[in-house]
Ligand binder design. Structure first.
Ligand code: ZN
Length: 141
């Protein structure tokens, strides 16, 4: 491992710990220099997610710092996108799932759940028994 100070495409310099042989590190260094830094990348994602949230008229977050809310909007956007891909149609189950997810408007909660995936987040945000009922009602229809 070696430390490299890399000036990214956005102009910010960041320290990276690179692994592997010299050839691998050199190509990784070159690739990193062509990318925006992580902060700029995150800011761009947050801006895009916020625009989609406004366009879709999603509920605003009710708690959290500006930074937490910006991040939570992106996390929620990614989970909702995943849900939309899992349900091929726009049927009632998908709408019920989206409604459950959109009830949660605390930024910290979304940040805490960021690594759980769509199903994990859904299970966490369901009221007791709600997740079971969600799929039980689907089986009966
Ligand atoms: Zn940057």
């Amino acid at each position: 491992m070696s430390r490299h100070h890399i000036v990214h495409a956005c102009g910010h310099e960041r320290e990276h710990h690179l692994f592997g042989n010299r050839s691998h590190r050199t190509s990784k260094e070159k690739w990193l220099a062509e990318q925006d830094c992580w902060d700029c990348d995150r800011a761009e994602q947050n801006t895009a997610s916020a625009a989609r949230a406004v366009e879709a008229d999603l509920p605003a977050f009710t708690s959290g710092s500006d930074k937490q809310i910006a991040w939570a909007v992106t996390i929620r956007d990614q989970i909702l996108t995943d849900v939309d891909h899992r349900f091929s149609d726009t049927g009632p189950l998908r709408e019920r799932v989206r409604a459950i997810l959109l009830r949660e408007t605390r930024a910290k909660r979304w940040i805490d759940l960021r690594n759980d995936g769509a199903t994990g987040v859904l299970v966490s945000l369901c009221a007791p028994g709600e997740y079971r009922d969600l799929y039980a009602s689907e089986d009966c229809s």
